[in-house]
Design a protein around this ligand. Structure first.
Ligand SMILES: *Cc1c(COP(=O)(O)O)cnc(C)c1O
Length: 424
């Protein structure tokens, strides 16, 4: 099985670092060799060994409409023939910006960039430029791309000052990032009481997806909003993953909380390298060329990425399309829960909108520490049992799984049958 994938991985490892261009693709946390895919169609991926998989990774979130959506593909084919990048403004940027604003009204002004990393990095620089303050607060288990100031882990004991979580990140950079536990309201309040006037901004995944799916507790985001308002710190919602996943208006619509800045990516790129940050007009006015916070991009807002985004967001407005994907997510997670209960297994299934994670722990998961109580060896076994039955799940306990608008009831039934066997 997977003979060609194994061979291609060996070849790739000779020239590409670790054989991949993004670490989690290497299957390190589940073991074995990654599958090489050659085609995606609807909810399915096809491997080099001609196996079909029901895909719940969806390129780590972006492919909400499934692979090779006919409308997106048609728009792209037409766009490509007109040139792929001009390095000038094009009306497509304004069109997509208006669509994005339609879904996320808090984005009074928008800037397109090429990756979620860039969106978060730029939003952080902007928060510092706007407030003339140094400190940024983030939460354990949240991922905001790989900019230096975000590759920071919590210090030991009562220290909240961060230390580098990657070689190459300077101690002095990490020290200006404070790290708190997700959903820890008391520590958040305490931190603002002591350091509030120095805090430039707080960045958070308002629904976390990068430690597996973790929901904010009642009052957590509200408290965060109130503290940021009280201390004039910039509240940044990193909705790169959860925007257009938990709700078409993102977590900010789902929980009715307005951040000062929002980072978007993944789905709004329609499968291309595109992301955005935006928010309050008075803050965004600090970005170049209007203001003195510098940020630029050769391929930012290019016509291909904009076309993919426009086609994707336009289609998402189709009545009932997104709701169906949510219903399918609920049918799948409910089916999984029922089967676990019948076997007397008490695992935790966190799910919201079109995202879900099954944690192999009996402890409720509302923070990274709790997620880490999961049995990762058991996850490994589960993952490979599912994979062997043609179900492609995220290859780590600490990643989210995604539903598309094209997964059918049949796909869900097939997934549940495989699940039943896997949990034997
Ligand atoms: C994926 C992700 C990013 C980084 O986006 P890239 O396009 O991979 O750079 C940032 N924040 C969150 C919440 C993400 O899920």
């Amino acid at each position: 099985m997977n003979i060609r994938s194994n061979m291609l991985f060996s070849e790739a490892q000779k020239i590409l670092v670790g054989g991949v261009n993004s670490p989690v693709r290497a299957f390190k946390s589940v073991g074995g060799s990654p599958l090489f895919m050659k085609k995606g169609q609807g909810p399915y991926l096809y491997s080099e060994d001609d196996q079909e998989y029901i895909d719940y990774v969806l390129s780590w979130g972006p492919m909400l409409l499934g692979h090779a959506d006919p409308d997106v593909t048609k728009a792209l084919l037409e766009a490509v023939q007109k040139g792929t990048s001009f390095g000038t403004p094009s009306q497509l940027e304004t069109q997509l910006a208006l669509l994005v604003q339609n879904f996320f009204p808090s984005l009074e002004k928008i800037r397109f960039v090429c990756s979620g990393t860039e969106a978060c990095m730029s939003a952080i620089r902007l928060a510092r430029g706007f407030t003339q303050r140094k400190l940024i607060v983030k939460f354990n288990g949240c991922y905001h791309g790989h900019a230096d100031s975000m590759l920071v882990a919590a210090g030991s004991g009562s220290l909240t000052f961060g230390h580098p979580d990657s070689a190459g990140v300077l101690e002095e950079v990490a020290q200006n990032t404070l790290v708190l536990d997700y959903n820890d309201i008391a520590s958040l309040k305490k931190l603002f009481e002591t350091k509030g006037p120095q805090i430039a901004g707080v960045i958070i995944e308002p629904v976390a997806g990068n430690m597996g799916v973790v929901l904010p507790k009642e009052g957590f985001l509200q408290t965060l909003r109130e503290l940021c308002t009280q201390y004039n710190s910039v509240l940044i919602f990193d909705e790169v993953m959860c925007g257009l996943r938990v709700h078409l208006g993102g977590a900010q619509a789902l929980f009715n909380i307005t951040p000062d800045l929002t980072c978007l990516g993944k789905v709004i790129g329609g499968g291309f390298s595109s992301a955005a940050y935006g928010g309050r007009a008075d803050i965004m006015a600090f970005v170049s060329p209007l203001g003195h916070v510098y940020q630029a991009g050769t391929l930012a807002g290019n016509p291909i990425a904009m076309t993919a985004g426009i086609a994707t967001l336009t289609k998402l407005k189709t009545h009932g399309l997104f709701e169906k994907a949510i219903e399918h997510t609920q049918a799948l997670t409910q089916g999984m829960s029922d089967r676990l209960k019948r076997k007397n297994l008490s695992y935790v299934l966190n799910s919201v909108g079109t995202m879900f994670s099954l944690f192999f722990t009996s402890h409720p998961v509302s923070s990274l520490a709790e997620a880490k109580t999961s049995d990762t060896a058991l996850f490994k076994t589960y993952f490979h049992h599912m994979l062997n039955q043609g179900i492609y799940l995220a290859p780590s306990q600490f990643e989210a799984n995604f539903m598309s608008t094209v997964h059918s009831e049949k796909d869900i039934q097939n997934t549940l049958s495989a699940f039943e066997k896997a949990i034997q």
